[in-house]
Design a binder for this molecule. Structure first.
Ligand code: KIV
Ligand code: NA
Length: 264
């Protein structure tokens, strides 16, 4: 893909593999964009990796608006997608339209919502209003209470059938891409082959049109990295080491040194 601003229309079946990562603020949005990702998700995972919540249910629309604005200010070449948080679309198209509009006005170029055929009618209304939508099937973290944990989905024949049906329903509703989270690789492969929109996978194997990871897992800044994520750096160690040194230097009166202050 040429190094120009990514639009939803740049994400086409067979054009991948597309690289996606989350970012929640201005500096990290700048960095991941410079690294060359195709898409940035302002994910509601921010509740867990940035706000310290046990799950994503406590993330509000105001949280998402604030963080989407910060990411958008970085003016990334990558496409900026914002998650619709818990209960901002489940109540129906009217609420979904209003809430999605707030994310779009905050700088998102598309929104993502969790669920399959049960929310296809909501997706359709958003798409008809000119708001591009990314689907999200497989493990839906916003349904964690009902699922009884962050568990793999799609292991039974019935679940597998539903995943394919969900992907088709979302495709028919007009999504430009579908995230598939934590399903067996063979199932993600079948879903990917069943729809003509790109699938972007997390913990769902290599047979997809793209991959997405949570930034804090990639750089080593999350408390528990899921088994399906890969840690490419240990930023926690670097922060720890830098701040430890700062603590030590202030206590030893080694900081500030001459170059860090002025006299009249
Ligand atoms: O919020 C998030 O980070 C996500 C990705 C895991 C797809 O939805
Ligand atoms: Na999310």
């Amino acid at each position: 893909m040429p190094d120009k601003k990514r639009r939803v229309t740049d994400f086409v079946k067979g054009g991948g593999p597309y690289v996606w990562v989350t970012a929640y603020d201005y500096p990290t949005a700048k960095l991941v964009d410079e690294a060359g990702v195709d898409g940035i998700l302002v994910g509601d995972s921010l509740g867990m990796v940035v706000l310290g919540l046990p799950n994503t249910l406590g993330v509000t629309l105001a949280d998402m608006v604030r963080h989407t604005q910060a990411v958008a200010r970085a003016a990334p070449k990558a496409l900026v997608v914002a998650d619709m948080p818990f209960m901002t679309y489940e109540t129906g198209p009217r609420d979904a339209l209003r809430n999605a509009a707030r994310l779009i006005r905050a700088g998102a170029e598309a929104v993502k919502l969790e669920g399959g055929s049960e929310y296809a009618h909501v997706v359709e209304k958003l798409v008809k209003a000119g708001i591009p939508v990314m689907g999200h099937i497989g493990l839906n973290p916003q349904r964690v209470l009902a699922l009884g944990g962050f568990k793999m989905v799609g292991k039974t024949e019935e679940q597998k059938k539903k995943l394919v049906e969900d992907a088709k329903a979302l495709r028919d509703a007009g999504v430009f891409a579908i995230v598939i989270e934590f399903v067996p690789a063979s199932v993600a492969k079948e879903v990917t082959q069943s729809v003509d929109v790109p699938t972007i996978c997390i913990g769902a194997g290599p047979h997809c049109d793209g991959q997405i990871l949570v930034l804090h897992d990639v750089v080593g800044l999350s408390e528990r990295t899921p088994s399906f994520a890969k840690r490419y750096a240990n930023v926690a160690e670097q922060i720890l080491s830098a701040v430890r040194q700062y603590v030590q230097e202030v206590r030893a009166r080694a900081f500030p040194a001459k170059e860090h202050y002025r006299d009249v």
